[in-house]
Design a protein around this ligand. Sequence first.
Ligand code: F6R
Length: 366
Amino acid sequence: EKGGYDHFMLKEIFEQPQTIFDSLRGRLDAKKGTLTMGGIREYAEMLSKANRIIIVACGTSWHAGLIAEYVIEELCRIPVEVEYASEFRYRNPVVGPGDVIIAVSQSGETADTLVAIESAKEKGAIILGICNVVGSSIARLSHAGAYTHAGPEIGVASTKAFTAQLAVLCLVALKIASEKGSVSAQRFQHLLDELEQTSDKVATALKLDDQVKAIADKYKDARDFLYLGRGYNFPVALEGALKLKEISYIHAEGYPAAEMKHGPIALVDENLPVVIVATKDSYYEKVVSNIQEIKARKGKVIAIVTEGDQTIPPMADDVIFVPSADEIVAPIISVIPLQLLAYHIGVLKGFDVDKPRNLAKSVTVE
Ligand code: F6R
């Protein structure tokens, strides 16, 4: 059942080239330049006219929502807010007709997310569900939606569901943008091509497994980890830190790289591994200066960089090269080494990575 892998988590990490392909299949046709989203067709025009979009989710799905916020604002020019479902629900939020709520949930059963959309629906908002489990409560409560088609996720830590959420949320953003006319035909086509190539690029990134395992071995006894990124890679840093916490019980924090100087830099010393997602994008030059700030304080830098990068490798203690991609789809690829790092550290420390302590696969209590 684990398909020859030691754990479901590793099997699911390695399934990602296929699950990403499955999440796009029948929807995206890069050759023809078309994008079909059956589950939102009726609402496409409404979505493109939304006053604002509110994404509600928890945990890893909330991280996918944070990336989607940047993608939707960039491509659709619609204001987006991302909310922890539990916070959104209990503070009497301003929400009503004309608002679109995107609920992101692997299980489709998370109680916090479910009650949040129930109350928003009562107030007249349109609910779009992005779920993995077909027929789940959140999917049934939604007006429209798109399944992520990642297949059953057994490992408690979410991996393949996350990358499928990112792929589907990109499709939704592109659909709204093309309906609205807020993206050029050339950029639309380019992003369809880029999305289609992510599955192969993820397969390439998975070949780094041995290298990541060696890095895991080197840093497995650290007491704390810091994860940094900017722009589209900032939520990837949050996700990398969450995976490490869940699986290895090491304290880890994710931060926007530039925020570091406003506080967390006080933690940096020769004992602190700092994982920096620094792929080539519009934030790159700024991230390079953030790395210099860490090295000046003797932090250990583990850098995730784009193949061919020659600037960061001489500055970093450890380097992981990932295939180059448009910044909008880059998180789907840059998260792969972070999933592997958490997995290997957890295994090396002797923990049950498929069933981390205190956690359940779907959290059906508020
Ligand atoms: C992290 C993880 C949790 C879930 C969260 C939301 O690895 O598994 O943080 O992401 O409980 O679950 P869903 O997506 O099922 O609503």
